[in-house]
Design a protein around this ligand. Sequence first.
Ligand code: HEM
Length: 303
Amino acid sequence: MLTTSNPDNVHHVLSTNFSNYPKGPKFRRIFKILGNGLFNSDFDEWRKIRGLAQGFVNHKQFHRFMAKINHDFLENKLVPVLDNASQQNLVVDLQDVFQRLMLDATCITATSYNPNSLCFGFPEVPFLKALDDAGRTQIKVAVNKANKLHIFTEEELNKLVYLHGALYETLRLFPPAPLQVRTCIHPDTLPSGHKVNSKMKIVFSAYAMGRMTSVWGNDCLEFKPQRWITEKGGIKHVPSHKFLAFSACLGKESAITRIKSVAAVILHNYHVQVMEGQLVTPKASIVLHMKNGLRVRIKNTWP
Ligand code: HEM
């Protein structure tokens, strides 16, 4: 096995010599639960399914559907749960809240079934348990009516460039998929000069790459949303072999809009006080989690 965080190696494996590096049989065994779909396929089969999936994800109707589901979930699920936490002066685990929101929204999108895991009382969710085992200022400027509940439209979200930078900065330092794997077919030499043999696994560490001075500069360990903002006030493009959080993800745009909308609704409508005395630390797993969650107290900002 060879682990690398060298962007040239990543570009070589994922683009230049792509046909020599499938995901491989072990990857398929680990993600067997996801069936024989896009995520678990390689080469011609992958190309065929990816083309279909791309058409689906880029379709206007899918976009409208996602926007509607997103709005419904914010208004009818997230906000009532946070309002209740505020009224009852409860301490909640924000990571748990987000996981439940993600589970319900994903199930509704994929199967039309709502497991209703995000509700008062936070009932135990076997699926989440199984998974576990394995810019406020700018927002106030964008929408200056902070005295009642506001859920942001997509047009408003597009103007929140600083929030976009903060989101990218979070994903740079804490990529949800911290490691990605490919398997070599024919012996090869990587741009770094390292030789790889047939059947050798190449592991990319998105986590390490997000913290390298050669890629991000001497301030690579600092959280600086402004590093993503161009002089003209847009978002800088960093190629995916350097900013590996999404890699070849088909849902990138949809994910960004969804995350921004959740962050905006929370920052605009609530004060979030992180509880003191807790150890916030990453948990090593296929998906990057906080080991002990994140306990916070929520308060409405409007009467
Ligand atoms: C923060 C949110 C997300 C992150 C960080 C993320 C990241 C990733 C990564 C790292 C991959 C593996 C790509 C590769 O094998 O090179 C991937 C694949 C994929 N993602 Fe996402 N993703 C996110 C949200 C979403 C959403 C919301 C959707 C759907 C609307 C989605 C759809 C897909 C699909 C279809 C693939 C398979 C692509 C392929 O194998 O060709 N993702 N994602």
